[in-house]
Design a protein around this ligand. Structure first.
Ligand SMILES: Nc1ncnc2c1ncn2[C@@H]1O[C@H](COP(=O)(O)OP(=O)(O)OP(=O)(O)O)[C@@H](O)[C@H]1O
Length: 278
């Protein structure tokens, strides 16, 4: 009996140089490090033992069937999920090495650094200009010249400047759905976040607007970490560097997007990718 116990002890393994290098590469530039995250809405467990790291200058796609916890995970990263009173979490999420649940971290500060774009474009019922200037003004910027600069830079950054530069003071509701979504991305850029969370940002858009937003996302990753929830498998394959496959609240597989789509290690990932369920 004791011999078996001894045999079952984990072996202390020397790490090869390649492994050490790989680990260093993996730890480099991690902005969000999630470990053993569990989340319940009342008695219903929506996330189970999630381990996931989100890296700078990468697009991370979260895919999986409806109800598997994708949006919940996204909203945990900026603590928006806590707006639901019955939510309870265990485990840890470090943002740049510091727990997002730490009492000394103000939620407003976290949300300034971690912006969010939603499924349905949600501009404010204000002018295009005011939509962008609103956040910086709340952060105390009053100088008109600086605000003008931020507005132009953000709209340029979201590839919508040329379309709106002559009507900055028109109501944002007059823009098309695709333009409104790029305006919302510009509004997010105006507060200079490090991370942008996107919850199915193109699901309400036509194919042409979708391609524009995808192109924008690919370019934005030069400066930001982007986490995108999508039901569109081709979209995940086109724009992301890494993909996490969620199923029933768990991460089944998380790897480079090429691996997930071409050599998945888990049968369930393969079945989902090939449309056998979900
Ligand atoms: N506010 C809430 N209160 C109670 N349960 C919730 C709440 N929001 C989500 N859930 C439950 O948590 C689970 C995960 O939901 P979530 O919205 O994160 O899934 P999802 O993968 O994003 O789904 P979809 O692709 O349909 O948007 C589901 O069982 C859902 O019913």
């Amino acid at each position: 009996m004791s011999a078996i116990t001894v045999m079952e002890q984990p072996k202390v393994k020397q790490r090869s140089n390649v492994e050490v290098l790989r680990t260093a590469e993996q730890e480099k530039d991690v902005v969000f490090d999630t470990q053993n995250l569990n989340l319940w809405y009342g008695d219903t467990q929506a996330l189970k033992d999630i381990d996931l790291s989100i890296r700078e200058k990468e697009v991370t796609a979260i895919i999986g069937p409806s109800g598997c916890g994708k949006s919940t995970y996204l909203k945990t990263l900026n603590r928006m999920v806590e707006l639901v009173p019955t939510v309870r979490t265990t485990g840890s999420i470090q943002y740049k090495g510091k727990s997002i649940f730490d009492r000394s971290l103000r939620v407003e500060e976290l949300r300034t650094q971690v912006g969010m774009v939603f499924q349905k474009p949600n501009p404010f019922p204000k002018s295009i200009y005011e939509n962008i200037a609103y956040g910086p003004k709340i952060h105390g910027i009053k100088n008109k010249m600086i605000l003008d600069e931020i507005v132009e830079k953000s709209l340029r950054g979201a590839y919508i400047w040329d379309e709106v530069k002559d009507r900055l003071h028109d109501n944002a509701y007059g823009l098309s759905g695709g333009q409104q979504q790029r305006l919302c991305i510009a509004r997010c850029l105006a507060i200079e976040p490090d991370v942008i969370l996107m919850d199915e940002p193109t699901s309400a858009l036509d194919p042409k607007s979708t391609l524009k937003v995808e192109e924008l996302i690919r370019d934005l990753k030069d400066d930001y970490a982007i986490v995108i929830v999508t039901h569109n498998m081709q979209q995940a394959a086109r724009i992301s560097d890494r993909t996490a496959f969620f199923l029933e609240g768990e991460v089944v597989e998380y790897d480079k997007t090429d691996v997930i789509f071409h050599e998945p290690q888990d049968r369930r990932t393969e079945d989902y990718i090939n449309g056998r369920f979900g």
